[in-house]
Structures are given as structure tokens and as C-alpha cells.
Design a binder for this molecule. Structure first.
Ligand code: SF4
Ligand code: SF4
Length: 238
């Protein structure tokens, strides 16, 4: 119903399904039917996605966003004709950019996996309302996107500090944390989508989850060493 629902993931999925171009159509800016004014968000998301496409070697002109009212039939037809002409000129997705299919899929999958991190890292800018077209260009810069990908964090559970309270494993949206009662928890780095939830929810008195940037993640503690030996209350009292 609203262009504000268009997520970075939807755009990437369309490209990974082999679309040569993606068009997002929204209501005119400032004329949204909802208080949320989701079309401003869609605009920022598209501007961000175009820069990310550039970063991974794809032509950003394959993604276009326009704001058109339902009364603008002729304008809509003109824009669509213009966009399909552009896409035909650009040629097939990937091969025109000189990227083979496997490499293309791997680049898109890699970015797709990082979408939660990207949305959190760019949250404040995604919420801004750009009123003038002049602001679009340079809203997200290439340096900023390079930095975004350079600083992708990893999350690691310090086995010395984990108290197996199980909060993080319950809250992880992709079941990337292995653990259980009295077991030191461990993050599967392959499954982790860098959302940072475990870091946020680990009780401060334990502070077991670490955010690591630009450093290798320590190897996981071996399975046979994950059991936490707890002192019984009776023994403690004695
Ligand atoms: S950052 Fe933590 S909560 Fe988020 S996906 Fe990775 S392990 Fe799960
Ligand atoms: S929330 Fe912290 S203490 Fe609790 S299981 Fe996870 S890492 Fe361990």
C-alpha cells in the first residue's frame, strides 16, 4: 500500500531474481495518505541502495524511484517508457557490468545478509525528509559507503563472562546462537546477520557479548568445554 514498505531487501531480491531494473513508484512527496510519510523513507532507501550498487560494481541507474499521483497517467507512461528504454540500453544485469552470474549472486547475497546492520547504521539518515532534488545527489557518499562496509562489526560471546542466561539465544532473529541451560553460548558467525541484538540484550552485569571491528573473531570454545560448573547453594553456605 505504501512505498515506505519497500525494504532494501526487496530491491536486492528483485535483482537476485534476475531483474534488469527495479522501479519504485510512490505518491508525491508531502502528499502521503499516512502520517508516516513513508515515501520519504523509500526515497532515502533507494538513494542508499544506489550507492551500495555502485560499491559492489553494479550500475545504479538500474534502480529508479519516482513520485507520481494517480492523476498523472501521462507522466507515469512517459517515465516508464523512459526507464524501460534506459534498461534496454544498459543490457542484461551483471553481464553488462562484466560480472559473472556466480560472482553477482555472491555479492548480492553478501549485502542482503548485512541489511539489518546497514539499516541500523544508517537509521538516522534514513529517517530524514529530503525536500529538494538538489539534496539527493551526495546524500550518501561513496566514502561513507566504503566506511560502512569496512566497519562491519562481528559479535562474540566471551566464554569467561557468559552465564548461560539464554536471553541472547531467545532474542537472536536468525537462531545464530547455540547454547542451552548451563552451557556457554556461542555465535555461529556464518549465520549471524550483525543486527547487534545479542549485544543489546546481554545483561550489563554479565557483559558477555563483545562487538568486534576490524579484528578477527576468536575461535569458538570447543563443545566439550561449554558446560558451566555452578557451585550449589549448600556448598557455598558451607
Ligand atoms: S548480532 Fe547477535 S542477535 Fe544479531 S544475528 Fe548476530 S548473533 Fe544473532
Ligand atoms: S545474554 Fe549474555 S550471559 Fe546470557 S547467555 Fe547470552 S551471552 Fe551469555
Amino acid at each position: 500500500m505504501c512505498s515506505g514498505r519497500v525494504d532494501l531487501k526487496f530491491i536486492l531480491r528483485a535483482f537476485s531474481n534476475g531483474m534488469d531494473g527495479v522501479f519504485i513508484g510512490g505518491c508525491r512527496l508531502g502528499e502521503c495518505n499516512y502520517v508516516t510519510h513513508g515515501n520519504y523513507h523509500a526515497l532515502n532507501m533507494a538513494l542508499l541502495c544506489r550507492k551500495i550498487m555502485e560499491h559492489i560494481g553494479l550500475n545504479p541507474e538500474r534502480l529508479r524511484i519516482e513520485f507520481i499521483s494517480s492523476a498523472d497517467g501521462i507522466l507515469f507512461a512517459e517515465i516508464m517508457n523512459d526507464f524501460s528504454k534506459k534498461i534496454k540500453e544498459l543490457g542484461p544485469f551483471g553481464s553488462s557490468e562484466g560480472i559473472d552470474k556466480d560472482e553477482l549472486n555472491s555479492r548480492i547475497q553478501e549485502v542482503t545478509k548485512l541489511v539489518p546492520y546497514i539499516k541500523i547504521a544508517k537509521k538516522e539518515k534514513l529517517e530524514l525528509r529530503l525536500e529538494n532534488k538538489e539534496e539527493y545527489e551526495g546524500f550518501f557518499t561513496s566514502d561513507e559507503i566504503d566506511e560502512l562496509f569496512r566497519e562491519v562489526p562481528s559479535y562474540y560471546i566471551n566464554p569467561e563472562k557468559c552465564q548461560a542466561c539464554m536471553i541472547c539465544s531467545r532474542r537472536c532473529p536468525v537462531e545464530a546462537i547455540a547454547g542451552g541451560k548451563n552451557l556457554i553460548h556461542v555465535i555461529d558467525q556464518e549465520k549471524c546477520i550483525k543486527c547487534g541484538t545479542c549485544f543489546e540484550v546481554c545483561p550489563p552485569r554479565f557483559g558477555a557479548v563483545q562487538r568486534i571491528s576490524a579484528e578477527p573473531v576468536p575461535p569458538p570454545i570447543p563443545e566439550e568445554k561449554r558446560m558451566i560448573a555452578r557451585k550449589s547453594k549448600k556448598k557455598e553456605a558451607a
